[in-house]
Design a protein around this ligand. Structure first.
Ligand code: MLT
Length: 408
């Protein structure tokens, strides 16, 4: 008899964002006249830039002509796009070979799938963190049951990211195998310094651990002293995989395009150099037929000089939203973090209120939707995330409603 993968039964509630959508829908059903302002999921709202649109149109035009039509492409990605990515990294002083770069349909899939090329061991995550890291390891069977009292899965090391440590963890005291780091961080908006990342690279090399570095929000860093890639740290290629995205940097949340870098130098368990790279290649060529050829043409355009310049204007626009939101939160006497080199504002809920209670209060009193911190891990309790992705008018209305209607 076929059996289900009952690791799914270990998962606590549903995935965070559908749960937010469910509660919002219920609120709207009960309050049909209300206009809800969504600062919950980090979903881009501004139109794609002209250069990117031209790139996408070229992709479509190519398909319309027998001379330029293409079917399946390389599973690893369009060579021109991989070269453009290598060139993009070389501007940061990071040299990558194109066969170290794997193009995908987005960073979410890659951050979910990457664990599958590793054996079972102890996984460490920042707490709070993007739920995909934990949930996919649960589904893969790397954890034991969920422990209600601690809010943790056994066999996962939760590295606390709290106000006291600037929302970036110490390296683990004991030995772990796979470590997920996200900087600029979703959800806290904190950005790790080079010294902090060096601590993890040193730890990983010494303990033969692998870092999975999620840099989906790298383009929101404006402080030139802060790293935007793990490979800015010496020897990181020996221990780190980096996952990047076009979603937030170029507005591709709906277009879908991302990439993963698996350096040839990455060595695990005394295997030969290139082995991890070849495993990811094997995984992708078996499970994936490559990103859309249209999206990849858009990606090439996004990485052109003009494309980057145009996208920067949109990033600046979202960061101005972040500034407006943060100022509002501070003006009502709440403590707000992030929002300077990242598009998320992480606020401490008033009067130690639970983050789901604050979600309901904010929605009911102000009609603003945010994301409860507990959805990102136990140390997210007592915190709440507001996203800076939105039209300026909506952000202004949301802020005004918070200032006028939230009863603290
Ligand atoms: C978020 O809101 O955390 C992200 O938009 C979710 C995602 O990128 O999948």
């Amino acid at each position: 008899m076929v059996k289900i993968n009952n690791n799914y039964d270990k998962l606590g509630a549903g995935y965070l964002f559908p749960e937010i959508a469910r509660r919002t829908k219920l609120f709207l059903a009960n309050n049909p006249q209300a206009k809800v302002m969504r600062l919950g999921i980090g979903n881009t709202t501004e139109a794609l830039t002209p250069t990117i649109i031209d790139g996408l149109k070229t992709g479509v035009a190519n398909l319309s002509d027998i001379k330029t039509y293409s079917g399946y492409g390389d599973e690893q990605g369009n060579t021109r796009l991989r070269e453009a990515l290598a060139n993009h990294f070389s501007k940061k002083g990071i040299q990558l070979q194109t066969n170290e770069i794997f193009v995908s349909d987005g960073a979410k899939s890659d951050s979910a799938n990457i664990q599958s090329i590793f054996g079972f061991g102890v996984v460490a995550v920042q707490d709070p963190s993007y739920p995909v890291y934990v949930d996919t390891n649960v589904i893969a069977g790397r954890t034991e049951e969920y422990d209600e009292s601690s809010g943790q899965y056994k066999n996962i090391l939760y590295m606390p990211c709290v106000a006291e440590n600037g929302f970036f963890p110490e390296v683990p005291k004991g030995k772990v195998d796979l470590i997920y780091l996200c900087s600029p961080n979703n959800p806290t908006g904190a950005v790790a310094t080079k010294e902090q990342l060096k601590g993890f690279v040193d730890y990983a090399i010494e303990n033969k651990a692998v870092l999975i570095f999620d840099s989906a929000y790298a383009s929101f860093v404006s402080d030139s002293n802060l790293p935007t890639s793990i490979y800015e740290i010496p020897r990181a290629k020996e221990c780190a995989i980096e996952i990047g995205s076009f979603s937030k940097s170029a507005g591709f949340t709906g277009v879908r395009l991302g990439y993963t870098i698996v350096p040839m130098d990455l060595v695990v368990e005394d295997t030969v150099a290139g082995k991890v790279n070849s495993l990811w290649n094997r995984r992708q060529t078996t499970f994936f037929n490559g990103a859309s050829n249209i999206a990849q043409m858009g990606g090439i355009a996004a990485l052109s000089e003009e494309g980057l310049k145009e996208s920067q204007e949109i990033i600046d626009y979202y960061m101005e939203n972040a500034r407006i939101i943060k100022k509002c939160i501070e003006s009502i006497g709440l403590k707000a973090y992030g929002g300077v080199n990242a598009p998320y504002i992480w606020l401490a809920t008033p009067n130690n209120m639970s983050s789901w209670d604050f979600f309901d209060k904010l929605l009911n009193e102000t009609h603003v939707v945010g994301t409860p911190g507990i959805g990102f891990g136990p140390n997210g309790e007592g915190y709440f995330r507001l996203s800076a992705f939105g039209h300026r008018d909506d952000i202004k209305q949301a802020v005004e409603s918070i200032v006028n209607n939230l009863k603290i």
